[in-house]
Design a protein. Sequence first.
Length: 252
Amino acid sequence: MLKRHKLSRETLEAIGLRQKDYDIYIVLIKLGTAPLREIAQESGLNRGTTYDTLKRLMDLGLVSFVDAKTHRFFTAEDPKKLTGVATRREVAAQEARMKLQEIIPDLHQLIGWSQHRPTVFFYEGEVGVRSILEDIIQTCAHSLDKMYRVYSSAAIRDLILNAWPGYTKQRIREKVRVRAIALGHGGNTSGLDERRWLTKEEKAPTYIFIYPGKTAYVSVDEKKKLFGVIIDDTAIALTQTMIFDELWKQLE
């Protein structure tokens, strides 16, 4: 019969009790009325832990006490009060649920606001730049027009190609088209690409890629080490696309 008093951890958590809370409550039921020392000894816990647990049980209305001349004696309340603990817990959960339902629309508005904030990813070295190039191809390959735009600078063109020598072949394999506005000498078409020159004299220190929903910037630091960022923001990408396309028309 004694085994029937055991409750699972899940049940105890559901009514807001810890295992040690319930264990001491059971000990106190068996003892009837007892001082702190005896309860601690019977439960196998130190006196400090036992007192803290008794205090929790008193707050829950499961334990009461009386003060004698030399000791405080604790008594377990009727086990029926456990159902009262469960009921109060359920009522509190229902109230919390109602309050949450009231603020969920406001939380959704916060999500909508944050969605309009660009997400920026930073990359370093050839490995990082290759990650940017892979993202460009993957994103474009899954887009409707399968195309990106790029400001291509002679100053760092070779460094970017070295980051992924097979980039152009992979781009063509994925049937991704590209329009390039070049800055500086050099640069040849390789397939599924068009190129126009803004200038053949001046060079720029940065490549700018414009592709669906994103823009990427690749440059070099003072040690000629590649680094780059991807800005994941549709509004920025659309703005850059408009500027690029207008400039593209003027360079015909």
